[in-house]
Ligand binder design. Structure first.
Ligand code: 5GP
Length: 194
């Protein structure tokens, strides 16, 4: 997605060979116009897939997921990283090791909101080693719902998350694919082959 790639080039900060900071439009301050275009793009890519629900993870997955939900006319459920007093119903849970925070979180959603009648699109902000996506996949599969695919805003293709998911036969749609973050520069996959 050209608009997103341009924004990453313009505002993304390469913190190391492995980490990209996008706090100015996705992870802290959020650009609603860009989120709207991201939502529209996800909705187009999954328009023919009979999606009934979107599942994401708090907090940075929520903005792109809600915009996709708006265009696909389906509800959005976000997995929580901490147990909440009000989230006491039957829970579906998975353990997720965080790439950026270096800690393991038990993530959960209520059984009430995802069930065997759903066709789910999973959405997240970044795909690195695939821990978050695999955790969400695990939760959705426990519910008996079908997973139609995974939509990712920024895939770091030099890490193995995308390959792991594809090996499981899961469709992955990433709006920006980063081939490398070497020397403080972002190189996209499509740029390499141009
Ligand atoms: P994974 O679980 O695929 O290893 O990592 C994905 C999760 O870690 C995402 O939900 C995202 O929050 C975070 N993450 C991974 N890599 C990056 C990165 O380079 N930059 C930012 N801002 N977040 C990242």
């Amino acid at each position: 997605m050209k608009l997103l790639e341009e924004r990453i080039k313009q505002d993304g900060q390469v913190l190391s060979d492995h980490v990209l900071k996008v706090d100015s439009f996705l992870n802290h301050q959020i650009d609603p116009g860009l989120m709207q275009e991201i939502g529209r793009e996800f909705a187009q890519r999954f328009a023919a897939d009979g999606i009934t629900k979107i599942v994401t993870i708090e907090s940075s997955g929520i903005a792109p997921a809600i915009m996709a939900g708006l265009y696909l006319h389906v509800p959005v459920v976000f997995a929580r990283k901490r147990k909440s007093l009000t989230l006491s119903e039957d829970l579906l849970t998975a353990s997720v090791y965080s790439f950026t925070k270096k800690e393991t979180n038990e993530i959960s959603i209520s059984k009430k909101y995802v069930n065997e009648h759903d066709r789910v699109l999973i959405i997240d902000d970044f795909l690195a080693n695939g821990e978050a996506a695999l955790g969400l996949l695990h939760i959705v599969q426990q519910s008996g719902a079908e997973v139609a695919g995974i939509g990712i805003v920024i895939e770091k293709s030099f890490q193995d998350g995308a390959a792991k998911l594809k090996q499981l036969g899961i469709r992955v749609e990433s709006l920006a694919q980063i081939a490398a973050l070497a020397n403080g520069e972002v190189t996209f996959l499509n740029q390499e082959t141009e």
